[in-house]
Structures are given as structure tokens and as C-alpha cells.
Design a protein around this ligand. Structure first.
Ligand SMILES: [Zn+2]
Length: 92
């Protein structure tokens, strides 16, 4: 078995560990054993990243609070504009 044949079977080798021929090539070939080690490392790191996609509840609570603050500030600003408008109409 050569490197090209080995690397062609990589998805199967990663999933199942490969057959005796793959294992023999893996032991004898530094290029392919490095490649498999890298792929396994990447796969492990990717698994660690999955829980990070869902931020903790306090993050959502923080976002909600800051939106509420923004919202009330904007509402206060709109309220002031309305008061000025009314004042303008009243002064006419
Ligand atoms: Zn190889």
C-alpha cells in the first residue's frame, strides 16, 4: 500500500481505525501517521468547540438587559422630541 491508497481510504480509516494493511502503512509511514494524528487532533478540537456555540444563559440575559436599557433610552429620547413638538405647536 502506498500513501495515495492510504489517504484515499482516510475517511474509512478515521471512522473504523482501518484494516491490517492500513495499520501497517500507518506504522511504517511518518507522512501518513502525521496526517492521521493531525486529523484526529482537529476532530477532537472541533468536538470541544460544539458546546461553545450555545452561550451560557447569562449571556442571553445580559444581551436582553442591554437591549432593554437601549430601548428605554430610545423611548426617553422619543418622549422628549414629542414634548418639544407639542411645545412648538402650543406656542404657535
Ligand atoms: Zn504514507
Amino acid at each position: 500500500m502506498n500513501c495515495a491508497e492510504f489517504q484515499e481510504a482516510l475517511p474509512y480509516i478515521i471512522d473504523s481505525g482501518g484494516d491490517a494493511e492500513h495499520k501497517a502503512h500507518l506504522r511504517s509511514c511518518l507522512v501518513c501517521s502525521d496526517l492521521v494524528a493531525d486529523l484526529k487532533y482537529i476532530a477532537d478540537q472541533a468536538k470541544l468547540l460544539v458546546p461553545m456555540e450555545d452561550p451560557p444563559k447569562r449571556v442571553w440575559t445580559g444581551i436582553q438587559r442591554s437591549l432593554e436599557r437601549e430601548g428605554s433610552r430610545a423611548a426617553g429620547h422619543r418622549g422628549r422630541i414629542l414634548k418639544f413638538r407639542r411645545a412648538g405647536i402650543w406656542s404657535l
